[in-house]
Design a protein. Structure first.
Length: 254
């Protein structure tokens, strides 16, 4: 079901897309680049960016272009207290994306969903877009299954019960058993038609699942054979991420 759109909300949506584009650029982005990315005229993008700059959501870099502003960084610090984890995870995702040629993403659990919190996109024109904040059900797709498979059994049962008629519990349970046995989850078109993904869990030293990392791309290019073979590389790299989550949750490191 498509959510209804609030009348008169297009200006706010355009401003939000500009903020997302500035964050995704990773370096100061020019006005024309941002306008093209969001699909706005240069004049419209400029007006919206001026407002965002006045409110400190973006700022002008000395070398030109726009970058993340102090107010946005402050909000991020409030909702993402483990900023060091994400800073450390970024090069790991970039390495996975470069080695595979596909998009690598980090997902955290939020209730019954897996939320994309960090991404490194493929260089291919046709690729999986890493849209920050996008969420998918834990019971559907590789990024969710990699987390769900390692939750306590009672918690898994409760999540599947809340999914109701949207799933066949026996099929999901069989898939989760495979994830535990293989060490990775594989899915095709589960959340995004035409895409195939492989995901591995990020677990702390006490065995708790902290996140999942997925590598995904067009199914005809990112074949099941390639994705499955790459899972071993992902497991090795994600061991480094486990250390980051351990350090973030150690006493005195909040």
């Amino acid at each position: 079901m498509t959510a209804s759109r609030t009348e008169g909300g297009d200006t706010a949506r355009r401003a939000l897309r500009l903020v997302e584009a500035v964050v995704a650029s990773g370096s100061p982005a020019g006005l024309q680049e941002l306008a093209d990315t969001v699909g706005l005229s240069k004049s419209t993008a400029y007006r919206l960016l001026r407002v965002l700059q006045e409110e400190a959501y973006v700022s002008r870099a000395d070398s030109g272009g726009y970058r993340v502003g102090t107010r946005l960084m402050g909000l991020a610090a409030e909702v993402m207290p483990r900023a060091d984890v994400f800073a450390g995870a970024r090069p790991v995702l970039r390495a996975l994306a470069d080695m595979s040629g596909e998009t690598a993403t980090l997902h955290l659990r939020a209730g019954d969903e897996a939320v994309l919190v960090l991404g490194a996109e493929s260089d291919y024109e046709l690729r999986r877009a890493a849209r920050l904040g996008s969420a998918t059900p834990l019971h559907r797709g590789c990024s969710g299954h990699a987390i769900l498979a390692h939750l306590p059994a009672q918690e898994v049962a409760a999540i599947l019960a809340r999914a109701g008629d949207a799933i066949r519990p026996a099929e999901v349970e069989a898939s989760l058993a495979s994830v535990r046995a293989d060490g990775f989850a594989l899915s095709t078109g589960a959340n995004h038609p035409g895409l195939r993904g492989v995901a591995v869990p990020v677990r702390t030293t006490d065995g708790r699942v902290a996140a999942s990392v997925a590598v995904s791309g067009p199914a005809d290019r990112w074949t099941a054979k390639r994705a499955t073979a790459f899972a071993e590389v992902m497991v090795d790299r994600c061991a480094r991420l486990s250390l980051l989550f351990d350090a973030a949750e150690a006493p005195g490191t909040a």
